[in-house]
Design a protein around this ligand. Sequence first.
Ligand code: ASP
Length: 415
Amino acid sequence: MSSSNNKEAVFILGSIILGLIFGLVLYFTNNQQIAEYIKPVGDIFLKLLKMIIVPLVLSSIFMAIINLGSPEEIGSLGIRAISYYFVTTAIAVFIGLIMVNLIQPGVGVEIESIKSTLTDAQTNKFQTSAEKGLVNTVISVITDAIPTNPFKAMADMKILQIIAFSIFLGIISLMNRKIAQPLIDLMGSIEKLSMIMIDWVMKIAPFGVFALMVHVIASSGLGAIVGLSKYIITVLLGLLIHGIILLIIGSIRHKKSPLFIFKSCLPPILTAFSTSSSASTLPVTMNTVEETLGVSKKTSQFVLPLGATINMDGTALYESVAVIFIGQAYGLDLSIVNQVIIFITASLAAVGAAAIPGAGLVTMSIVLSAVGYPLEGIALILAVDRILDMFRTAVNVFGDCIGTVVVDSFLKKST
Ligand code: ASP
């Protein structure tokens, strides 16, 4: 692992801790408005990260296809990646279900004391998502991935659509190498320049991360933490166990110590934690996986953008815990049949969740309605959702990093 990467992680971690302390001071001294003045620094950092996503995804997927060299290679890489996503997401939901059934955080909670008020906009959002249902959500993830206008897809930052277009353009370019050569050179150049941009943006990461932390902590419902402590512990323990399992898998497949893997993945993990967005973290993840984990470029170019949008272990685990928590709190049917339905729907709903803050909460309404639980149940966990989003996004991104390691190890074996 490079020492600059090491330093970067230390600085970001320092900023998270300082931001946490300062945010708490503002919260307890009732000076939340100061956080509003600091927030623009965090917004600028987020915007700079987002600014790199479109050129990076477009060029990296395209170059991955060119480097892979044949449709068969692309197919086998895709199948391996998607299999990894499904297996690890299922493990995550399973862990969530075990933890929530063992700890039973929802049994005996005082519903009225922890309930937040849902705004009309929030209620509408949850209702629309629930009405759409699981099958339609999954189908629309697939059909929406095909853009009718690739430039609009880029303008709207629809990552799956950009991926689909890049794959298509890449395959056509492979088959028409001579005509495509100028485009291949251009895309190669865009990709390299995007990486250099990330290096530059990461120089202000400590400031951005500090500002984001201060704002989240100062403006979040810390008061709700006590009433929901058992629920928070259940989610965090589940995420920790899943993180350890991922670490072991990564360590075995990469033949490196767990400590090396963890340290190498720290910059994206910490960025995910402070931004609560897998998509915004994607440029950092790509940079790290290639530079410090030594994963081959063609794997990370292909697997990471896909993983950032559809592989969400932390979100899936979180949704299963949250739904059973609501069921326990309201004293609803927690039969095996319902738990199996939650297992399936939570695994798939996470695929439909966008890689942005709070997206897991919206797709959770699909899981709730699949077992007939009331959507108002979301009001019970709303107050601490933003804090838990940080942890689940960190696990989502860690899962993407390990996915790249695993897929790459199979690729190396077969070549
Ligand atoms: N914030 C998560 C992510 O970007 C999604 C979610 O669970 O809300 O990965």
